[in-house]
Write a protein that binds this ligand. Structure first.
Ligand code: PEP
Ligand code: MG
Length: 748
């Protein structure tokens, strides 16, 4: 074999490969042809392709030079032998003396003992390893940089071909990766089981032409596309300058990459060697993804993420596929996304049947929207965005946090049985819909629902809730692209009250900030937005919107009773100041001759521990208190509600938190202040049972939870539950959950 290879030889090899792949042979024959071409072009005795059969197993799928009988027989686990190590580490192994290399494992059936040198290159597409391409030779020598480069380019093309199912003929042993069933295990965001079709939030760009025979025109296309990319990044930067500094920083990094000479040079080299412009971009993107998965430094990971994003933009320019690839939304769409904000989710509306996110967090507002709509949601499903294709069948098991992509018939059947069972449970809840949540000891717990959109209101009838314990008014602000006007809001609130038909609706004034960012308001550059300028803090510092909202609510009530509450009150003075705004608004409306509410209740949300220790005066002055458990819990345990690593670390039924809630209930009872709990935990039956047992007589939850919570309350004696809790606390338990669960198990 010559020591150095010219670039045109690489190109010739790619040309021969392209011809072979264009032939009409069946999958296995085509694969055999490919290894034969590589071995002869590179003048090595052996060329083999190993592909994943499942997540953990690689199989020899084609070989030139090893024993033909070993094909589809020789298998190795991920990490096993040199091939397994290439796949696991996503790194090339190039050695003159394979038997002496770390991790070598001898596979007698292949007859490979005769070959001393070994070079294995991962076949990967966008950071996912599909298999390993190996060349071996008898002569003990390392393969040259040029040879390794040629192998990398070929591996890239193979990855594309495997991707497209180009090797797969009728009955071929090899199956394309994107046709296989895959299961993803994530975290439960919202329970429920649905069957649907994949709809990608950001569809992947499909590269259909990895090889080119006209490097000059490809280089021109690439150069023009990169130029267009640079212009678009400059434009974005010009738009963002003066705004959010984080965004500007990201764009600066984009610009740096877009102008990187090294990046451009490597891509042009690949094009020169026979790759199409798109494949050259993808090759770089694959490398960045591999590094991303291996980088331990968070900053570096972020930058590689930027490069990944930039590559996607470049691919869209090259292929002419915009963010919207024109894919039609299928029937029963299941949205697949890396992450999604509440505004984007609201844009989709209720038509989604399920949502699976690669990242995301249960405490986010997007998750809250999904729960409000009772759309099954799984988060942290690693790898789903690269695996799923538009239109794939998917089963979302929100109860287990599992998604089955392209499931086989057995899984589908079992899943459909489960859905039927759930439908029967729903019927059971429907049968108690009009009955009170009265426990066996005669305590009646008021169950209300959380809402935020007009579309939620019909659930009031269906769920059996007595009223709306929390109306998140910010959702109306989030779904618009400009600030709603007073008349618009007033009409909307009036509709809500009409739809509630006289039942109480607790309107919470605008709670923005943290992860609820209005697209038309200048974002704040804050190191820690959850503890930053949000909710009532914004309302009091810039009272224009708060005043407008209060006025809209008074006008909507048009003389009817009105209930409103302020979010995130941390001290008495904030409540007084907010209430003073209501008094002023009432006075103005009176002067203008508008009717004022016949009854007005003004409450506060207890979301920071400080408020639990407020002076008695506060408890005497406030008309009611509602615990925003999502925020309260995150501040009580100092555990970010959006950070999956810490969010579930502390149980809601941890005795410290339960004691704290009980203390609040006792202070409210002593001052005769009505109290409710409206965080997500109120909708979890066991949590709800414990809250009721320690003195909460009103709970507000998503509509779908009213049935299950009522069902459990009606079967329970709160005195007994309270004594189980007390006993667990006296016994030094960290959480009362195990004791309550055990008691429940004895009941049934
Ligand atoms: C809460 O914090 O529990 C709450 C109900 O408010 P949000 O989830 O909208 O912050
Ligand atoms: Mg809150």
């Amino acid at each position: 074999m010559p020591e150095t290879r010219t670039e045109s030889e690489s190109r010739k090899l790619l040309g021969r490969l392209r011809d072979a792949l264009a032939e009409d042979s069946a999958g296995q024959a085509r694969l055999d042809h490919v290894v034969n071409i590589i071995a002869s072009s590179m003048q090595t005795e052996v060329c083999s392709i190993y592909l994943f059969r499942d997540e953990e197993t690689l199989e020899l799928c084609a070989t030139e030079g090893l024993a033909p009988d070993a094909v589809h027989q020789t298998r190795m686990r991920l990490g096993e032998g040199l091939v397994g190590r290439v796949a696991r580490k996503k790194r090339i192994i190039n050695t003159a003396n394979a038997p002496a290399a770390k991790g070598f494992r001898y596979m007698p059936e292949t007859g490979e003992e005769r070959f001393s040198s070994f070079c294995g290159v991962p076949i990967q597409r966008l950071g996912d390893v599909l298999g390993v391409l190996v060349v071996q030779s008898k002569a003990a020598r390392e393969f040259t940089t040029d040879e390794v480069y040629a192998l990398e380019v070929v591996a890239m093309v193979l990855a594309e071909m495997t991707e497209l199912g180009a090797f797969v003929g009728e009955g071929a042993a090899l199956s394309a990766r994107h046709q296989q069933a895959v299961m993803f295990r994530g975290t439960v965001g919202q329970e429920g089981a649905v069957e649907g079709k994949v709809y990608l939030h950001e569809p992947r760009v499909v590269v259909t032409n990895p090889i080119s025979d006209d490097p000059e025109s490809e280089a021109k296309r690439l150069t023009e596309a990169v130029e267009a990319l640079r212009v678009s990044v400059d434009d974005m930067l010009a738009d963002a300058t003066g705004g959010n500094s984080e965004q500007v920083q990201i764009l600066e990094a984009y610009r740096m990459f877009a102008n990187s000479k090294g990046w451009m040079k490597r891509m042009l080299e690949d094009v020169e060697n026979g790759l199409s412009a798109e494949a050259a971009v993808e090759k770089e993107q694959s490398l960045a993804r591999t590094r991303m998965s291996q980088a331990t430094d968070a900053y570096l990971r972020e930058r590689l993420h930027d490069l990944d994003d930039l590559s996607n933009r470049l691919l869209r320019i090259l292929t002419g596929q915009g963010a919207d690839t024109g894919a039609e939304m299928p029937e029963n769409p299941v949205l697949i996304a890396r992450n999604i904000g509440p505004g984007e989710l609201l844009d989709y509306g209720k038509k989604l049947r399920g949502i699976v996110l690669e990242e995301g967090s249960v405490g986010s507002h997007a998750a809250i929207v999904a729960r409000a709509w009772a759309i099954p949601l799984i988060i942290n499903a690693k790898g789903i965005t690269t695996e799923a294709l538009n239109g794939d069948t998917i089963l979302v098991d929100g109860d287990q946090g599992v998604a089955h992509l392209r499931p086989d018939e057995t899984v589908k059947t079992a899943f459909r049985d489960k859905m039927a069972m759930q439908a029967r449970a729903q019927q059971r809840y429907a049968s108690i819909r009009d009955l009170p949540a009265e426990t066996l000891d005669g305590t009646v717990v008021a169950l209300h629902m959380n809402a935020g959109l007009m579309a939620d209101l019909p659930s009031l009838e269906g769920s059996g809730a007595e009223g709306v314990g929390l109306f998140r008014t910010e959702l109306q602000f989030l779904i618009r692209n400009q600030m709603p006007r007073r008349a618009e809001l007033s009409a909307l609130y009036s509709h809500v009250m009409n739809a509630a038909g006289g039942r109480r609706v607790a309107f919470r004034t605008l709670d923005i900030g943290s992860d609820k960012v209005l697209p038309y308001m200048k974002p704040q550059d804050e190191p820690n937005p959850a503890m930053g300028w949000r909710a009532i803090r914004v309302g009091l510092d810039k009272p224009g919107v708060l005043r407008m909202q209060i006025q809209a609510l008074i006008r909507a009530a048009n003389g009817r009773p009105l209930t409103l509450m302020f979010p995130f009150i941390a001290q008495l003075e904030e409540y007084d100041a907010a209430r003073a705004e209501v008094d002023k608004a009432l006075e103005r409306e009176r002067i203008l001759g508008h009717p004022i509410p016949e009854k007005l209740e003004i409450g506060a949300m207890l979301e920071t521990p400080s408020l639990a220790f407020a002076p008695d005066d506060f408890f005497n002055r406030v008309d009611f208190l509602s615990i925003g458990g999502n925020d309260l819990k995150q501040f009580f345990f100092a555990a970010d509600r959006e950070n999956e690593r810490v969010r579930r670390r502390y149980d809601t039924l941890n005795v410290s938190f339960l004691n704290f809630l009980e203390m609040i209930a006792e202070r409210c009872a002593a001052s005769n202040t009505s109290l409710s709990f409206c965080g997500e935990d109120a909708g979890r039956p066991i949590e709800a049972l414990c809250f009721a047992a320690i003195g909460f007589s009103m709970l507000s939850m998503r509509p779908a939870s009213v049935g299950p919570v009522k069902h459990l309350l009606r079967r329970s004696n709160l005195h007994e539950v309270k004594s189980v809790i007390d006993k667990a606390r006296a016994g030094g338990a960290q959480s009362v959950r195990p004791a309550v669960m055990e008691w429940l198990a004895q009941q049934s």
